[in-house]
Design a protein around this ligand. Structure first.
Ligand SMILES: Nc1ncnc2c1ncn2[C@@H]1O[C@H](COP(=O)(O)OP(=O)(O)OP(=O)(O)O)[C@@H](O)[C@H]1O
Ligand SMILES: [Mg+2]
Length: 500
């Protein structure tokens, strides 16, 4: 059945029609043109023989009766005398007489060559045989014509030829000869019966198969219908797999839904990048406007420090102004970095050297926090990439500062680099507080921060710089045990000792 269902709908329907119509049609053809013909031939041959015998007996009995008009010899005796010698010549033929006046029956010979199979009384046999032939006798008596008919014994079929015996235009008796039909006749009619049952069975099966196919089709169509309704509400829903044409439809619909999802994502991405570009432009303008007053404040504070040295607590105020000016400068620089997507001057460099210089620059900060640095630089082979060194340094600086901010005194900062296929992967791992899963999708968004003095621009800048270098940045983090940021950049050359 699964094999059948895997076939195309057309094949399925053709097979069903073939089973339901062609096979029964062939059986009927055989029944009409062969089986019936065989019967005709058989009946015709037997009928010819029985007609000859019945006529012979009839003619002789009639002659006997006519040649002695005053003959008082009973009809039964004349019939027996005429028929007896014939019986030996025609084994299996039974010749009988029905005396209309007395209602007596005389039977000579047996249908079965070895005599009756059941021991039965003579009278009983006569009654049975009369009952079997009664319809024929009555028909002959009523019409006055000879007839042939098929009769049935308790276990078989026979053919009989009945002839009226007429004396002076009056039917006084019926003479008949009968013989079992050839066994092939019974077999062929049994065969026809079997064929009819087979035809019926095949018809039934055909109808059942058609109904099953139709119900199956309807069920699958309903699944598709319900599925499309669900798809309308949720494009991520997938219609179930199915065999045959229905399966092709469901896969086509699923493919279409996936295409729509991809398209929506692309449109979303496009909108976001458009927004980022627009935002970048605005941010750069604002940052430029902010830079001038901050520089003036810084210069004024420095002038105050020189000219009013004697004023009490001036140092304290000047330091406060410096701290705030520094914060503002940092914000302005970050804003300018974020707003300017241009990668600047591109050069070849060994990423390991770049990381070393970042670590050297941040050494005072790292040692101040008491955090252990784990940078297995020994045996480092150069991993050459192409890019803007200043911008890439900023990426690793931001990641290192975030890691330091996430850890307490006894934390460990691990930095590793290796080539992975056509890429260089640099991992910055800390043992800090980790990032809750619900925050992970947002940390690269501009202005997303969970820190009191944070601008939320560090990771947004990292992502931008890495992207304009043709790379990517990903994060793995477990809340409470640490985070790992992996920066992947296209590898320019591997194992090059000298970098220009
Ligand atoms: N290593 C880290 N461990 C834990 N949380 C982190 C880590 N790095 C980033 N985060 C989280 O991601 C947020 C965004 O980081 P991002 O560097 O963009 O901004 P920020 O550090 O808050 O501010 P700034 O603009 O000063 O860098 C942080 O506020 C922090 O919650
Ligand atoms: Mg940061």
């Amino acid at each position: 059945m699964p094999f059948f269902r895997r076939q195309s709908l057309k094949t399925q329907l053709l097979v069903i029609v073939f089973l339901a119509l062609l096979l029964p049609a062939a059986a009927m053809f055989y029944d009409i043109f062969f089986a019936a013909k065989t019967d005709d031939v058989l009946i015709h041959a037997t009928d010819k023989k029985l007609t000859r015998i019945a006529n012979l007996v009839h003619d002789q009995v009639r002659r006997e009766l006519k040649s002695y008009p005053g003959n008082s010899q009973p009809l039964e005796e004349v019939f027996t005398a005429v028929t007896d010698p014939l019986i030996k010549h025609y084994p299996g033929v039974r010749i009988c007489l029905y005396d209309k006046d007395s209602g007596d029956i005389t039977i000579l010979g047996y249908l079965h060559e070895f005599g009756t199979r059941l021991p039965e009384e003579k009278k009983e046999r006569e009654r049975r045989i009369y009952n079997e032939t009664k319809a024929g006798i009555n028909a002959v008596l009523a019409s006055g014509n000879a007839i042939s008919r098929l009769g049935k014994t308790y276990d078989d079929q026979f053919l009989e030829r009945l002839v009226p015996l007429q004396i002076n235009s009056r039917t006084i008796a019926v003479i008949w000869a009968e013989e079992m039909m050839h066994p092939i006749f019974a077999r062929s009619s049994r065969m026809r019966l079997v064929i009819r049952y087979v035809i019926l069975g095949v018809f039934g099966l055909g109808i059942a198969a058609s109904l099953a196919t139709i119900f199956g089709l309807v069920r699958r169509i309903n699944i598709i219908k319900d599925g499309t309704v669900k798809l309308e509400q949720n494009l991520n829903y997938a219609l179930p797999q199915m065999p045959g044409e229905m399966g092709q439809i469901t896969s086509a619909i699923n493919k279409m839904a996936r295409g729509l999802i991809e398209k929506e994502q692309l449109i979303d991405q496009y909108r976001r990048s458009e927004n980022l570009i627009a935002m970048g432009r605005t941010i750069t303008e604002i940052a430029h406007e902010l830079r001038a007053p901050v520089s003036v404040i810084q210069a004024a504070a420095q002038a105050m420090a020189l000219n009013f040295q004697d004023l009490p607590r001036l140092d304290e105020y000047i330091q406060q102004i410096d701290r705030q000016v520094e914060r503002h400068s940092k914000l302005i620089n970050e804003l300018l970095d974020f707003g300017r997507p241009d990668p600047g001057t591109i050069e070849k460099m060994d990423i390991n050297e770049l990381i070393k210089s970042v670590l050297t620059a941040n050494e005072p900060l790292i040692s101040k926090t008491g955090i252990k640095l784990n940078y297995p630089s020994a045996g480092h082979k150069p991993l050459v990439i192409q890019g803007n060194a200043e911008k890439l340094k900023q990426v690793f600086t931001n990641l290192i500062i975030n890691a330091l901010e996430a850890m307490r005194q006894n934390g460990v900062l691990t930095i590793e680099s290796h080539a992975a296929g056509e890429q260089v992967a640099v991992s910055v791992r800390d043992t800090g507080e980790g990032i809750p899963p619900e925050d992970l999708p947002n940390i690269f968004e501009p202005f997303y921060t969970k820190k009191a003095g944070g601008n939320g621009l560090g990771l947004a800048i990292c992502k931008r710089i890495v992207q304009i270098h043709g790379g990517s940045i990903e994060v793995k983090s477990v809340k409470g045990s640490g985070s790992e940021f992996i920066v992947s950049l296209p590898l320019y050359e591997r194992d090059v000792m000298a970098v220009e």
